[in-house]
Every structure is written in structure tokens, then in C-alpha cells.
Design a protein around this ligand. Structure first.
Ligand code: CP
Ligand code: NVA
Length: 303
């Protein structure tokens, strides 16, 4: 049994399979062809933070595979009344086939997984967002082919998305140019790439975008850090992806954002709504990529 708690939980070979499988699943979805590989399977979805894309993509995706979902939040379950994570994991995993969790500390999902009888998927923690980067790289491949050898510019917070991009670069052979304000750097000890060769740090976000094949960013204040909002607004003022940054990137560079976005903060409206932006494909691809992921965790490789 495998869990998907961080991007580095899978090998490059497993990602090659998942990207190919997601492409097939998407093609069938577009042609209104049934793809019922998870009939009678049930997934529990536990949300301790808000969500639009993660909920809709997993829930719609599971129904499209022939399965069903149970949706739980902290407020409407015993999770919010201090039932131990270990007990919750034992109970929920006796009744379902798969569990997706969105929570705060990575240690919480690790504790759940350690006591779960079924595979656990990270639907976002403070430290990582592997399902998003899975969809992002699938989107890059759809538009531009292999990401190996390419440059991805990360402009903004050294957060869960940045950490996940670092792990992906390390595994899949591309380079991340990271530019964060001082005090918001990525920590290699958290991100956990095997080496520091897969990323370069830039003080100036414009320089980080130089020659990049993909420019990407995220909110200045992630969920759970709202108390820091004012300090972050001041610190991040120069980390807004604008037309000058896109002009410094490769001429065919793409722009991505995991969404939700704040136009005028981390990205200019002209960029996110401009011709290089693929954010809507990126959001849709969450569903196709995660259908491949759920199927893989429950059935293994399908020929
Ligand atoms: N990108 C993403 O995970 O969006 P939600 O917070 O809406 O799920
Ligand atoms: N970094 C953001 C991503 C939201 C999808 C957060 O954690 O809130």
C-alpha cells in the first residue's frame, strides 16, 4: 500500500505513468466515454481548511470513476472535538477505500497515514501541495512537452507550493529559480530535495524569471497564516508577477497559479488574464490528474 503525502513519494517512472494515464482519462472524459474503474469504492475527504478546486476535482473525479465520496470537515465531525487523529484514522479507514486530507501540519497527515488501513492523499498541508504540482506538470506537458531540462520561476512565498516544486524539480530533472522576500525563503530541510542542484535562489524576482519556461506564483498569505497578512502585504509588494517579468522569461513561457488568485497582489490582471496564462487548464487538470492518482493508489498500473 502506498500513500501520497509528498511529491517525492513517487518515482519519476511512476510520474511518467500517471501523466500518460491522466491524458487518456482526460481524452475519454472529453469524448463522454465511461471510465468506471473504481465502482463501489469510497473515498473519505477530510477538510480542515477551505477549498473549491480540491473538493470539486476529487469529488467529481471519484463519481466519474464510478465510486463515491464522504465529505467531512473539522466543524461537522469529531475531528473538531479533539478525537485523536490515530483513532479517527483507524475508524475512517475501516469503512472507506481511500482518504484525502487537507490540514495544517504535515505531521498530522503522517500520523493519520501511519494508522490508516487504506492509502492517504495529501490535499494540501502547510508544507506541501503535491496534487497541485502533479496537475501543473501535466498541464506543462500538454502545452510544451517534457519539463525535463526546463526552468520554472517561482516568485513569492517559500510556501507549500514552493516546497513541492523543489521536490518535483529534483525528481523530474528541471530547475526552479526561486525568488522570495527576505524572511520568507524556502527551507531545504522542509522542502527536502535530495540536493540543492535543482534550484537557484534570486533576490530579484525579475532575474528569477530570466529565460524561464514557466513563471508561477501563489497567494502572499496562505491559509493558516492570516494573522501575518499586514506584514506580508508590505514584504511582498515587489513580488507581483507583472508584464516585465513575463517579458524577461522565454518568449513562449507559460504562466500558472494554483488559484485562488488576488489580482493586483501576487499577479497583475494583465498576466493572469493574458495569452500566456494557462490557469483554467491547470485548474481543470486537477481532476484528470487526480483521477489517475486515485486509480493508481487503488489498482496499481493499468495496461
Ligand atoms: N488550488 C487549490 O488547491 O484550490 P482550492 O483551495 O480551491 O482547493
Ligand atoms: N499556498 C496556498 C495554496 C492554496 C491552494 C495555501 O496554502 O493557502
Amino acid at each position: 500500500m502506498q500513500h501520497y503525502l509528498q511529491f517525492k513519494d513517487f518515482s519519476a517512472d511512476e510520474y511518467a505513468y500517471l501523466f500518460a494515464r491522466a491524458a487518456l482519462i482526460k481524452k475519454k472524459f472529453k469524448a463522454y466515454e465511461k471510465h468506471h474503474t473504481l465502482v463501489d469504492r469510497t473515498m473519505a475527504m477530510i477538510f480542515e481548511k477551505a477549498s473549491t478546486r480540491t473538493r470539486v476535482s476529487f469529488e467529481a473525479g471519484m463519481y466519474q470513476l464510478g465510486g463515491s465520496v464522504v465529505h467531512l470537515t473539522t466543524g461537522d465531525s469529531q475531528l473538531g472535538r479533539a478525537e485523536p487523529i490515530e483513532d479517527s484514522a483507524k475508524v475512517i479507514s475501516r469503512m472507506t477505500d481511500l482518504v484525502m486530507i487537507r490540514t495544517f501540519e504535515q505531521t498530522k497527515i503522517e500520523r493519520f497515514a501511519a494508522h490508516s488501513r487504506v492509502p492517504v492523499i495529501n490535499g494540501l498541508t502547510n508544507e506541501f501541495h503535491p496534487c497541485q504540482v502533479l496537475a501543473d506538470i501535466f498541464t506543462f506537458i500538454e502545452h510544451r512537452g517534457s519539463i525535463a531540462g526546463k526552468i520554472v520561476a517561482w516568485v513569492g512565498d517559500g510556501n507549500n507550493m514552493a516546497n513541492t516544486w523543489l521536490q518535483a524539480a529534483d525528481l523530474l530533472g528541471f530547475t526552479v529559480h526561486v525568488s522570495t522576500p527576505s524572511g520568507y525563503e524556502v527551507k531545504q530541510s522542509v522542502a527536502g530535495p535530495r540536493s540543492a542542484n535543482s534550484y537557484r535562489v534570486f533576490d530579484d524576482p525579475l532575474q528569477a524569471c530570466q529565460g524561464a519556461h514557466l513563471v508561477t506564483t501563489d497567494v502572499w498569505t496562505s491559509m493558516g497564516y492570516e494573522a501575518e497578512n499586514e506584514a506580508r502585504r508590505a514584504a511582498f509588494a515587489s513580488w507581483c508577477v507583472d508584464r516585465a517579468m513575463m517579458a524577461a522569461a522565454a518568449s513562449d513561457a507559460l504562466f500558472m497559479h494554483c488559484l485562488p488568485a488576488h489580482r493586483g497582489e501576487e499577479v497583475e490582471a494583465e498576466v493572469i488574464d493574458g495569452p500566456q496564462s494557462v490557469v483554467w487548464d491547470e485548474a481543470e487538470n486537477r481532476m484528470h490528474a487526480q483521477k489517475a492518482l486515485m486509480e493508481y493508489l487503488l489498482l496499481g498500473r493499468q495496461s
